[in-house]
Each structure stands twice: as structure tokens, then as C-alpha cells.
Design a protein around this ligand. Structure first.
Ligand SMILES: NC(=O)C1=CN([C@@H]2O[C@H](COP(=O)(O)OP(=O)(O)OC[C@H]3O[C@@H](n4cnc5c(N)ncnc54)[C@H](OP(=O)(O)O)[C@@H]3O)[C@@H](O)[C@H]2O)C=CC1
Ligand SMILES: O=C(CO)COP(=O)(O)O
Length: 359
């Protein structure tokens, strides 16, 4: 992709979801353009504005003085929606997968009303909607892009995309280097996302393989749980390397069956995010696996407040893989341990005793 010139004037950005990742991305976007962060809870939005610190999700990080906060979705949309000659702004969704469908439905409804009230029907109302969640929907096994397509059916022409890659929110909020990927079928949205975030310590690459990027983000969480379990059992670093490599093969096989390009899995959102999450101490999914490998049950670990998106996702992945006729032995073993009471060591023994095969 050729070098991008900065857009002038910069497009406003609204980040919806004031968790760790939404807050970190809002800080990054705020370096380039007026940015508003939406929290669903009014009292929390007020506290963010007052304290300039996200004490719930990113304690210890000072938020910029000029960053805007709201708990009103209408205000967030007013911030980004184009009026007359202004450039349409960008919506970045920082909510987890479990909140994607409801948020997109609400956005679809509100944006369709704005479109209906538009004087010039040709004018773009927003540059697009970019989500950042990783996983498959627990109830349906659908990818974020499939969920968004359904939930945004009232505004089918609004460009959409996914932003992903190896990125612990805390490091990003601290301004440490990071490389991300924006995947979208829409070239203008890819450019707008790069303009909104690329620069300083953040690099943003462009890609068109939305499915590949989403599958990488979903399965790396499952593999991080597997690696955590292995580490909790004390299986050593050879085992971890084997899990990462065979996990990548599993991710690629599943992705290809869904129409992804295999090359995507050797990029930032595949191998990159897999290595980060499977080895990085900041990973919540790896942490959950670690506790389970040390003898806790999933319910006991969740009761401590740890989030494990990979756990909800593993069952959905396995179900969809079965429908597609794709074999995923590591994901299967993770599901056995998490949901069927199989002891972690027994699951490892079963994995190792599978018949020898080609790589
Ligand atoms: N943390 C990280 O390092 C990274 C996370 N991601 C991805 O980003 C997504 C968000 O993660 P993260 O920020 O860490 O999550 P957090 O748990 O830190 O925050 C979640 C945020 O989403 C809100 N939220 C939760 N459920 C819903 C819902 N059903 N509807 C609307 N809003 C909801 C929460 O609001 P409330 O406080 O009101 O509950 C909170 O603001 C995940 O899918 C994750 O995989 C991607 C890259 C890095
Ligand atoms: O997605 C992430 C890093 O890219 C964060 O991973 P965890 O959800 O496991 O913390």
C-alpha cells in the first residue's frame, strides 16, 4: 500500500466502549483528531471526564485533557456524523463480542434515521464502522462481520471493517510501539482508519481479508488458554512451541474453510497475535489457562473476575468446525477441559496419543 498523506482536516473519531481497549484506542486517535469516548454507564462517563483516568479498566494511565466523554450514543454520533461540507467521521467499536450485535442494531437504527433526514442523499454520513472484538458469537457461531452485516441491515451501504493485531491495551496506552491491521473491503475506510490511528508509536497496515483477520483474533484466544494450561501443568517450552505452531495450523485450516486467505495467518492478526497472547503475561486468556492448568475449574477462575473470551468462543468454534468438517484437536481438547470435566493432564495425553500424521 502506498504511503498515506495525513487527511486535512482530520476526521473526528468516536470510540464506543470504554473498557481497556476502547480507552487505549481513544488515546491513540486523540493524537490525530477530536475524539469522543462513549461509556454505556452515565456515572462512569462522568467519572472519566472528571478524573481523566479509567480506574476500572486502565488504572494509572492519564487520559488527555482534551478528550471528550459521553454516555449518550446520540452525542457520539453527532460528533462523527457529517454535516454539510465536513468530512464524515469514524466509529470504532471497543465493546466485546457479546455486546456487538446489540450495539450495531442500535447504531443501524440511529444512522438510518440520520440518512433519511439528510438533505443531500449522496453525502457519506460516517466514514465507516470498525469493530475490534475477537471471537465467535456463543449462540450462533457467527463471526463479528456476519453479526454486523445482520445487525446493520438498515444501513447496508455504510462501510465496515475490523481492526486487530497483537496489542495489549496497557502497552498501547503507555505509548509503547504496536502494529495493527485494518481489514475492510472498502479502500476509503482502510485509508480513514490509517489516518485516524497511524503515526508515532502505532503502525497500521491495511488488508482486505476480513474473515482471515477475524478468525485469527478468535482462535488465538483459544490457543492462549491451551498454552496457559500447558504452562500451569509445567509442560515446558517445547510443548508451548508445539502448541503455538499446531495452533496456527488449526487456525489456518478453520479460516480457509470459511474463505480466508492462508497468507493472513502468517501476519500480525494471526501468528503475531497468537505469539503475543500465548506468551505474554498481560493476556487474560493465557492467565485463565494457567489457573486451570494449576488445578482450578473454569467456574472457579471466572469467579475471581478474570475475563476469558476464548472460553466462550472455543465451543462456538468447535461447533462451526464440525459443521464445516474441519478437525481442530487443540480446540477440542480445550473444550474437554473447560466444559466436560476432563483433567488437563488427561487432555494432553489424549492429544499426544493421536495417530502420527504429516505436518
Ligand atoms: N484488552 C486488550 O488488550 C485488547 C482487547 N481487544 C478486544 O477488545 C474487546 C474489548 O476488550 P477490553 O476493552 O479489553 O474489555 P474490557 O473488559 O476492558 O471492557 C469492556 C467494555 O465494553 C463494555 N461492555 C461490556 N459488555 C458490553 C455489552 N454487552 N454491551 C455494551 N458494552 C459492553 C464494558 O462496559 P461496562 O464497564 O459498563 O461493563 C466496558 O466498557 C474484546 O473483544 C477484546 O478481545 C483487542 C485488542 C486488545
Ligand atoms: O487481544 C489481546 C491482545 O492482542 C488481548 O488478549 P487477552 O484478551 O487474552 O488479554
Amino acid at each position: 500500500m502506498p504511503n498515506q498523506k495525513p487527511e486535512h482536516p482530520p476526521r473526528p473519531v468516536a470510540v464506543l466502549g470504554a473498557g481497556a481497549w476502547g480507552t487505549a484506542l481513544a488515546c491513540a486517535a486523540n493524537k490525530h483528531a477530536p475524539t469522543m469516548l462513549w461509556a454505556r454507564d452515565e456515572a462512569f462517563a462522568e467519572q472519566l471526564a472528571r478524573q481523566r483516568e479509567n480506574t476500572r479498566y486502565l488504572p494509572g494511565i492519564q487520559l488527555p485533557d482534551n478528550m471528550l466523554f459521553t454516555s449518550s450514543l446520540d452525542r457520539a454520533l453527532t460528533h462523527v456524523c457529517a454535516r454539510s461540507t465536513e468530512a464524515a467521521g469514524l466509529l470504532i467499536l471497543g465493546v466485546p463480542l457479546a455486546g456487538l450485535r446489540a450495539l450495531c442494531s442500535e447504531l443501524g437504527e440511529k444512522l438510518s434515521h440520520q440518512l433519511a433526514a439528510q438533505l443531500s442523499p449522496k453525502q457519506q454520513i460516517v466514514a465507516g464502522i470498525v469493530w475490534t472484538c475477537k471471537g465467535l458469537e456463543a449462540e450462533t457461531g457467527k463471526l463479528p462481520s456476519e453479526i454486523a452485516a445482520e445487525a446493520l441491515s438498515a444501513v447496508p451501504d455504510i462501510p465496515t471493517g475490523v481492526l486487530s493485531g497483537p496489542s495489549f491495551a496497557r502497552e498501547v496506552a503507555q505509548g509503547l510501539p504496536v502494529a495493527l491491521t485494518i481489514a475492510s473491503q472498502d479502500a476509503a475506510l482502510r485509508r480513514a482508519t490509517i489516518a485516524a490511528l497511524h503515526g508515532g508509536s502505532m503502525r497500521v497496515y491495511a488488508n482486505q481479508d476480513v474473515i482471515g483477520v477475524e478468525v485469527g483474533g478468535a482462535l488465538k484466544n483459544v490457543m492462549a488458554i491451551a498454552c496457559g494450561i500447558g504452562e500451569g501443568l509445567g509442560l515446558g517450552t517445547n510443548a508451548r512451541a508445539a502448541l503455538i505452531t499446531r495452533g496456527l495450523a488449526e487456525m489456518t485450516r478453520f479460516g480457509e474453510a470459511l474463505g480466508a486467505q492462508s497468507s493472513t495467518f502468517s501476519g500480525l492478526t494471526g501468528l503475531g497475535d497468537l505469539v503475543l497472547t500465548a506468551t505474554g503475561d498481560l493476556s487474560r486468556n493465557r492467565q485463565v489457562g494457567l489457573e486451570i492448568g494449576r488445578g482450578k475449574t473454569l467456574n472457579e477462575v471466572l469467579a475471581t473476575g478474570l475475563t476469558a473470551e476464548g472460553a466462550r468462543c472455543a465451543q462456538a468454534v468447535l461447533k462451526r468446525a464440525t459443521q464445516l468438517g474441519v478437525e481442530l484437536p487443540i480446540t477440542h481438547a480445550v473444550c474437554e477441559v473447560l466444559f466436560e470435566g476432563v483433567a488437563p493432564f488427561e487432555a494432553v495425553t489424549r492429544l499426544l496419543s493421536r495417530v502420527a500424521t504429516t505436518e
